[in-house]
Design a protein around this ligand. Structure first.
Ligand SMILES: NC(=O)c1ccc[n+]([C@@H]2O[C@H](COP(=O)([O-])OP(=O)(O)OC[C@H]3O[C@@H](n4cnc5c(N)ncnc54)[C@H](OP(=O)(O)O)[C@@H]3O)[C@@H](O)[C@H]2O)c1
Length: 269
């Protein structure tokens, strides 16, 4: 077996950062090099076992990366406010960069593209491997059955403030892409009252909210007399951490470039 991949986690005080650390500590294919927290964080210089108990290793939470520490990949879940610093660190150390920080400005997306000229970069708004597979399936079904009607239904917990979800929109883009056009001009975000019949090529969205549901997405393809439904249900946030770690291990020793989560999945004909 090859040597474990050395992982630095940026945003280690956060919910996702800690889920990634837990996934690394439980993995035989990765090793935690450093758990970076914000300067001034209450966890700075604290031993990892303060949070991870029995899973502890000889690593402390730290506000800086020791130049002598071995690093293959930096995993960032510190959000848009801290992404720039995380990316600068990966560039300085010339190591692979995985980020799940969302809500990035267009300049930050451009900075990721620029960085990909010198290091391998993989950014995804949703690190669930199941959702990556659903995107792939939706694109293929849409391409194979271009005349079938397609609607996308999502349900999330009652605190979610935006609709449709970013993942539902991504699924809409995948369906449109499979049909060889853009989503704009085909998306229907709400139906109410005398809407008239469905237009050909419409991609409809419905957003349901309630309880503590982490996230459910169904892509419905409806033909005459038959219907195909592809559903993904997220049970907890650990799926994003596991997907990010799988991406980090896959990316660690690649050539510089911009990669996608779809590439982490095994290719199929
Ligand atoms: N792609 C996906 O699959 C996926 C899934 C879930 C969430 N997300 C995204 O991931 C991001 C984090 O989500 P979350 O729920 O984990 O949020 P969170 O709990 O608020 O965690 C963010 C953490 O980043 C830390 N941070 C801020 N500046 C930092 C710096 N300069 N250096 C190191 N750490 C720094 C914060 O520290 P303090 O606590 O000290 O302020 C905080 O602990 C968000 O953008 C969220 O939308 C993505």
């Amino acid at each position: 077996m090859s040597d474990p991949v050395n992982v630095v986690v940026h945003g280690s005080a956060g919910r996702m950062g800690q889920a990634v650390i837990r996934a690394v500590l439980e993995s035989t294919r990765a090793r935690l090099s450093c758990a970076l927290v914000k300067p001034g964080s209450g966890l700075a210089d604290e031993p990892l076992d303060r949070v991870f108990g029995a899973l502890k290793r000889d690593v402390d939470f730290s506000t800086s990366l020791d130049p002598d520490v071995a690093v293959d990949v930096l995993v960032d879940f510190s959000g848009p406010v801290a992404l720039d610093g995380a990316l600068a660190l990966a560039l300085e150390r010339r190591v692979a960069f995985v980020s799940g920080s969302t809500g990035l400005r267009s300049e930050q997306m451009a900075a990721l593209e620029r960085a990909a000229q010198s290091i391998p970069v993989l950014w995804a708004a949703n690190f669930s491997l199941g959702i990556a597979m659903l995107l792939r399936c939706a694109r293929r079904v849409a391409a194979a059955l271009p005349d079938w009607d397609c609607d996308i239904v999502e349900m999330h917990h009652k605190r979610k403030e935006d609709a449709p979800s970013g993942t539902a929109l991504e699924l809409g883009h995948a369906v449109a892409d499979g049909r060889g056009h853009a989503l704009a001009g085909h998306a229907v975000y709400a139906r109410h009252g005398q809407t008239g019949p469905r237009s050909p090529g419409e991609i409809g969205f419905a957003a349901l909210r309630g309880g503590d549901i982490v996230g459910e997405h169904t892509v419905i393809f409806a033909g005459d007399g038959e219907r195909l439904e592809l559903t993904h249900r997220a049970g907890n946030r650990d799926i994003f951490a596991r997907g990010a770690l799988a991406a980090a291990i896959w990316l660690a020793h690649r050539e510089p470039g911009m990669y996608t989560l779809d590439q982490v999945l095994a290719p199929v004909e």
